[in-house]
Design a binder for this molecule. Structure first.
Ligand SMILES: C[S@@+](CC[C@H](N)C(=O)[O-])C[C@H]1O[C@@H](n2cnc3c(N)ncnc32)[C@H](O)[C@@H]1O
Length: 296
């Protein structure tokens, strides 16, 4: 678990902070160190799972500055709780609204073709957002039920697509919301926002909500995507994006490990644009197809 240690100092100038930063970084190369010189306590902040406040105090004092631990301010890393995810996504949708445009993703179009070929008529879409991927199913007479944590996204989905669109408000970490079994599940870009335990539970919960013979299609970000490795590293292949969301990048091993027990049939990489209208560079996703076999 990452800990954040906070110290009160008398460091006044940026060049003094830079000197302390360079010295501390050479001793604690994997720590994240920053200052808040605007604060009246001239705060020094050190993120490190094994941080020893006494070492930091002695280094900073050795450089000629005052340094005092503020233990009441030692705090834990974000836990990726439902509350944290709700806050992050609500503020994103309030600020950016329909941020990825209104066109369905390539993954949704492929899933729609698969579902039509399998006569799938009733699907669950966890993390439905404001519905850009739901429309392609609905216009092909596939009934969509969404799950979405952000009330702001749900309001946008009802405004832009259908006021009657059924969306269960809550976190997928609290699945199941009902005991209905669906013909299919389509999940674009949500499971990789969860931590390892949350992903395990969600994939299992989705599989449990499939009818025998049903299909689930997940689309997840790949380690080969150009945005891999951007942002603070949280754990292996997991990086922080924005203020508080974490993204796990999948490789073939991770796909096999997480979906292998859930009817994994096929997976392959695919390009996805962030927003087709803005022609931004593509991300690399992996489409994962699973089938729940009928038991005899
Ligand atoms: C990367 S976005 C993808 C949205 C949508 N699938 C799309 O492609 O337009 C992830 C979505 O999952 C939602 N979400 C994030 N965490 C969630 C959770 N724990 N439970 C339910 N929805 C969640 C977000 O609010 C957001 O709408």
């Amino acid at each position: 678990m990452k800990r954040i240690a906070i110290f009160k100092t008398n460091i006044q100038q940026q060049n003094q902070a830079d000197e302390v930063f360079i010295t501390l970084t050479s001793i604690l190369p994997s720590s994240r160190i920053n200052f808040d010189l605007e604060d009246s306590d001239k705060i020094l902040r050190v993120e490190d799972p094994d941080v020893d406040p006494d070492i930091i105090i002695s280094v900073v004092q050795g450089l000629g500055f005052l340094c005092k631990s503020m233990p009441d301010k030692i705090c834990k890393d974000p836990t990726n709780s439902a509350d944290e995810m709700r806050t992050f996504w609500d503020s994103s949708f309030i600020e950016h609204e329909a941020m990825w445009g209104f066109q369905a993703t390539n993954s949704a179009i492929l899933a729609k073709d698969l579902f039509l070929g399998k006569d799938i008529k009733d699907i669950l879409v966890p993390g439905i957002g404001y519905g850009r991927n739901a429309q392609v199913f609905m216009e092909n007479n596939i009934k969509v039920t969404g799950i979405e944590i952000s009330q702001a996204a749900i309001a946008l989905a009802r405004e832009h697509y259908s006021p009657d669109l059924e969306i269960l408000h809550g976190s997928v970490t609290d699945m199941p919301f009902n005991d209905h079994l669906y013909d299919g599940i389509f999940c674009y870009g949500l499971v990789y926002l969860l931590n390892p335990d949350q992903r395990k539970k969600m994939i299992n919960d989705c599989f449990n909500q499939l009818k025998p013979g049903g299909w689930m299609v997940f689309s997840v970000i790949s380690v080969n995507s150009p945005n891999y490795g951007k942002g603070r590293k949280v754990r292996k292949d997991t990086f922080e994006v924005g203020k508080g969301a974490q993204v796990f990048f999948y490789d073939t091993n991770a796909v096999r490990e997480e979906f292998g027990n859930y009817g994994l049939l096929d997976f392959f990489e695919i390009d996805e644009q962030t927003n087709a209208a803005t022609h931004k560079p593509s991300f690399r996703f992996i489409i994962i197809k699973c089938k729940k076999e009928v038991e005899f």
